[in-house]
Design a protein around this ligand. Sequence first.
Ligand code: NDP
Length: 695
Amino acid sequence: MSAPRPAGRRPTAQRAREEEGRRRQLIEVTIDSLAEVGYVGSTLAQIAGRAGLSAGLVAHYFGDKEGLLEATFRALARRVATRMQSRAKLARSARGRIQAIVDAHLAPEEFEKRTASAWLSLWGQVPHTPGLKRIQSAYQRRMLTNLRHALRALLRAEEAGPLAAMIAAMIDGVWLRAALSDWREADSVAARALLARFIEQRLAEGGAAPSRAARAATPARAPVRVSTATLTTINPATGERIAELPIADAAAIDRAVARARSAQRDWASLPGAARARVLRRAADLLRGRNLELARLETRDTGKPIQETSVVDVASGADCFEYFAAVAATLAGDHVDLGRDAFGYTRREPLGVTAGIGAWNYPLQIACWKAAPALACGNAMIFKPAELTPLTACELERILIEAGLPEGVFQVVHGHADTGRLLTGHPQIRKISLTGEVGTGQAVMADSAATLKHITLELGGKSPLIVFDDARLDNAVSGALLGNFYSAGEVCSNGTRVFVHRRVRAQFIERLATRVRAMRIGDPLDPATQVGALISEAHLEKVLGYIARGEAEGARRVVGGGRVTTGELASGYFVAPTVFEACQDEMSIVREEIFGPVMAVLEFEDEEEVIERANATDFGLAAGVFTEDLTRAHRVIARLEAGTCWINHYNVTPVELPFGGVKLSGLGRENGRAALEHYSQWKSVYVALAKIDAPY
Ligand code: NDP
């Protein structure tokens, strides 16, 4: 509860926050305006009109048009700089830092029509406007200095400078090409891959000669090894550094694969029941260490202990228990082929598999991939997300303690580069990725050369439909679980909440009351319900979407900003936010935000809502709330989603397969369906009679 205060007087901090929110909103509107009508058309009056404010109020915040456009340019440049800094901070290898700079400039959020059109219209004015010129020079200097600095660890100074300039020119070049092709050539993944290939080639040609400083620090003739680099993990609720871990380079991956290959043969030759005993013991050990592991997960991810102590570890343990039972029952078929022959099938492991995890459910993701892989007799090399590497290491220890032969499950650390070493490795037979759509596309492309099996668990923007006969409190509970659990960092979240016109007002009222009562705080405090977002860059992305939501005309009902009270100021906390009056074409309705932002939309009839729910490239999940079960099944059958709920949301029992359709992924985790993705069939024909050959 907040303390009473005199009517009409708002505390300075709150006023400052509101003003900051308004400034952000106006900057987002300006970006829209620049993208649509360009620099000349973006007048103060035009922007004020779009924002539904008076031109005087806009002038109060920014002075004149130049002031507003400079602030917009500065905000765009700062966004890239923040993203670059946080990526580079985590990328401890020089090559990783170079890629971080490239990735930050060509991230999907930047490399899309709206943002890039705004950049281009501002760039066009740089030669004529001293304020813009200053911002542009600082932006260019920053990119070049960072590139040069990272390259100096790999090349001689006289080579680092020109290559930095070439990379910077290529980054600007792909933007221009995309813009001049009317965005037909705009593809963030392809652009980053192009730059990555170019950099690899130039580094190989340059011989990756060590700098003088690096040469002095390295014994004679020893190559500069990326494996000496480390990554640092921080607690996103406090900024505290938790651990430093070595990054696996190509040689380390080769060693891991060789160990896995030799260990896998013995593991696969055990009877299923023997493998089952190890998996079952692992489940028991996970449960026995629930609180300790939950605390570690909470520190690494910023998620409340209230969640990690009942979901993250427990669902991992359930998965090992389930696949232990499955391992003991694996079997092929006997096929009767008449008197002279019979056939049988053997379900065989794939060999060495690799798992690549996202940062939102690190331990659960590691378990969901490891348990079916090991049950089928495979080995697995697992790379957790660079931001959350800790609990996967504990899982490796637990599996060894449970009796898994060393080498059958190994954890390697690193960034996307390490992921690429796995996807490109010729002796790895399968990749299972949990991550963004763009990463899924890159992994699929990189796996093509070695024709790997792949499972892709990717992003979503799922619909949750509330009909007018639904039990409203139940539906509100579902919407809360489907939007604010783990601060909204859940792939299957039902972030498009379609509510029937007749119950919309009531739904919003009950929802808002419950959201306002949610406790945001120290994730290690058992009373906390909403913890921190994963990183500063992610926080900026989520706040950017909130500002865009307001700019596009959605009405914010509750939440809407960063929470910085007391000690929370050093973490990345955002208040759970609900928007109503949302329209299907708004960016907060179309794009995955992966944060605590719910969009409520109104609908009138069943046919209409099904069509709108399916009007997305994603297809991970969907939910329907209604007391009419005939309608529930009819609607669910027509929704394009891999994982659905009737009168609930986001429950994922291990017995049910989990996964998406369309751009949300390929393959399934959990349930017996997962076996199809970790094993292959061998058919054996057995002759019982003399061979009748015509020769
Ligand atoms: P990313 O796609 O950024 O990263 C996922 C993993 O892939 C990380 O380990 C990452 O390494 C690695 N990686 C990145 N690029 C490559 C590459 N080119 N080759 C190989 N590996 C690569 O996802 P996030 O970690 O940001 O997770 C959030 C996303 O995951 C959201 O879109 C969310 O919807 C989705 N997700 C999907 C789930 C599902 O089951 N469908 C469940 C949970 C999340 P690094 O950490 O170094 O970047």
